[in-house]
Design a protein around this ligand. Sequence first.
Ligand code: CDP
Length: 636
Amino acid sequence: VIPDLLYDERVYDKNGKHEQDLSRVKYYLEHFEEFDGRYSIGRFKLNKYHFERLVNLYRELAEKGRMKVSIDEFLGMLENGAFDDYESEVEEYFRLMTGQVFMPNTPALINSGRPLGMLSACFVVPIEDDMESIMKAAHDVAMIQKSGGGTGLNFSKLRPEGDFVGSTAGAASGPVSFMHLIDAVSDVIKQGGVRRGANMGILEVWHPDIEKFIHAKEKNIGTNVLSNFNISVGIWEDFWEALRDGKRYPLVNPRTGEKVKEIDPKSLFEELAFMAWSKADPGVIFFDVINRRNVLEPAKGGPIRATNPCGEEPLYEYESCNLASINLAKFVKYDDEGKPYFDWDEYAYVIQKVAKYLDNAIDVNRFPLPEIDYNTKLTRRIGVGMMGLADALFKLGIPYNSEEGFAFMRKATEYLTFYAYKYSVEAAKKRGTFPLYEKSRYKDGELPVEGFYHREIWNLPWDELVEEIKKHGVRNGMVTTCPPTGSVSMIADTSSGIEPIFALVYKKSVTVGEFYYVDPVFEAELKKRGLWSDEILKKISDNYGSVQGLEEIPEDMQRVFVTSMDVHWLDHILAQANIQLWLTDSASKTINMPNDATVEDVKAAYLLAYKLGCKGITVYRDGSLSVQVYSVEGEK
Ligand code: CDP
């Protein structure tokens, strides 16, 4: 933690020179012997060993010219409590991470303590309608992705294909072609050497190239077209109104502001749903929902128009976000009679710890671009999230697709946001609010959380919290996000994000042979009931990894142990909506549909998700892409 805080390559002087005054450091070192036992500056108490380590470290880095702060600033940070309880906190974070209680996003895991030092997963890059800006965007994407970040781009400001180009009197190539350019950049930049670049490409529904965009991944059979892009259509309220009222919808050239043509919104909606039905792309982003409670809008001077690659993080241009996810399964405890319960108090405690971790990560982060450094620190957005939801529900014996399940999701998310804010207010008292706070709508007692406006569903004293916020402000502009946790849930050995599990049992082929992977909570339950056998595992694996309809499995287990394919798409949407209710940002969620779902189902899913206040939707119809990451035996 400490080295990261003090070390900054970008201020390294090219001539190897530095101007830092080391007299204070020298003074402390010379007088060091006087501090026998404990050394204290303000609230900060260190034993001699740690103090020596800190000062030596400071000196060493200062001599290399790699200091971000002067010794006075450094001592000021000590006094302001930047390292309060540093020793015990370091140990505690170590315990929480190695205990698989929470995990930061992959970039934080792979880059911290290393020269790159880039800790964030989510970025949005602007792209304007000129070649300078387009190539700058390509550059920015490369810089972000080389250190493991994912980028979102809204291409809607680019003039449509075939439009006039002044400098050459030629024809423009349009947003979709430039998306291919960015895709090629991502292709050659392996993220931090560990994964391929991920992008979100967005086009707003009024853009003249919207139909081309919807079909951009039509030829995709797995990963051959725009393989580094998820694509999403950005929809605003006027489109829904036109659709509802049966009116024609204007497409507008962003260069001239002129209407190019009018379309039938019904047929565009149909095409969109059809492509999602057949190719799982594009998804849809509901910009009016994203901005409905966006308390940052007056401070940033406009609405949010983009998200990160997996859609869970709506961001302003050049904003970034660090994520960390708490493993809900770890909070399920058992009473004396062996009955499971959820430890809400411990959960509340950990949420505040994780919020602090992420808030500090903003300051120690070495951002890939100065614009990102600047904009991220204006809003100080953090993404406290959760994973292991399905495993927690298994342990608690609550079906994912039940009112009880949805109530648990709401409460878990309400706690997440409430206690993330609780940390943020406390931090604001000590370290100040985020710089744009004064211009935000927090000042009027508003929160960017839908659930806050529905008093009847509160479990926690939101009134009190808002009073605190109005008095002291908050340190973080937004606080909660639920990412997919594709890698980190594996490291934490828990079910991913907010999703049901993919299969209870599936066959894995490795060099030494084949074996069954069994969900650990399910395995324990089978063994407890004396049902564990090779035959039953094979039977479940052959049944698409599901226990539905298997007579050997008792009915109560069939209700609780559901897989994503067992959960009806309506219930997937209800889960997403219940979780969205209490998040400041958004959640990554796939709405799984069976292979025989229809385009009408997809349309209905979009409308329902919109009506229920989801910020976007991604539908995946089983088998619609020929390549899947995992595969259960029954499909072969
Ligand atoms: O589990 P992990 O921290 O690796 O990532 P995740 O929760 O699956 O994804 C979180 C975010 O990381 C995504 O929304 C992207 O912004 C970014 N990401 C990426 O850039 N490239 C990937 N291959 C995966 C994730």
